[in-house]
Design a binder for this molecule. Structure first.
Ligand SMILES: Nc1ncnc2c1ncn2[C@@H]1O[C@H](COP(=O)(O)OP(=O)(O)OP(=O)(O)O)[C@@H](O)[C@H]1O
Ligand SMILES: [Mg+2]
Length: 145
């Protein structure tokens, strides 16, 4: 079983896509194990995107992710990390196939709708940035037998 951090970015919230996007993960058979809404502080955003500090797009990235509320979710399931990444599609929505989240809802590389952790190490680090252990729920899905 794996856990990954999926973030619905501010434009996903502003466009009213929260239910639609969460529903895709539920429909796929992945479990919502943690869920909250928050507006990221600049320091939280800087921690989350620390690997990109100094890159040309960094300021735009941090400005965007702090521009309004996001939905933070811990998604759990077998191979959840790679499944969530493939559901999100490539970073640049212009390269994303229809059927992926970015391929269905985005055209801008900055405003690419969702974040999904890229490895188990990133997932653990990123979940720890936004969730306390007790905010992650344990329950069985009906389709997990
Ligand atoms: N070349 C670029 N130009 C502009 N923005 C970029 C570029 N590369 C990445 N970004 C932005 O930085 C974010 C983080 O980049 P990263 O390489 O981690 O992509 P990702 O893992 O697909 O996206 P995310 O971490 O948001 O899930 C991207 O989602 C995108 O918004
Ligand atoms: Mg990334």
């Amino acid at each position: 079983m794996e856990r990954t951090l999926v973030i619905i970015k501010p434009n996903g919230v502003r466009r009213g896509l929260v239910g639609d996007l969460l529903s895709r993960f539920e429909r796929r058979g992945l479990k919502i194990a943690g869920l909250k809404m928050a507006t990221m502080s600049r320091s939280k955003a800087a921690e989350h995107y620390a690997e990109h500090e100094g890159k040309s797009f960094y300021e735009e990235l941090v400005g965007f992710i702090t521009s309004g509320p996001v939905v933070l979710t811990v998604i759990e399931g077998p191979k959840a990390i790679s499944i969530a990444r493939s559901m999100a599609g490539p970073t640049d929505p212009s390269k994303a196939s229809p059927g992926t989240i970015r391929g269905d809802y985005a055209i801008s590389i900055t405003c690419n709708i969702v974040h999904a952790s890229d490895s188990s190490k990133s997932a653990e680090r990123e979940i720890g940035l936004f969730f306390q252990q007790e905010e992650i729920q344990r329950y069985d899905l009906r389709n997990e037998s």
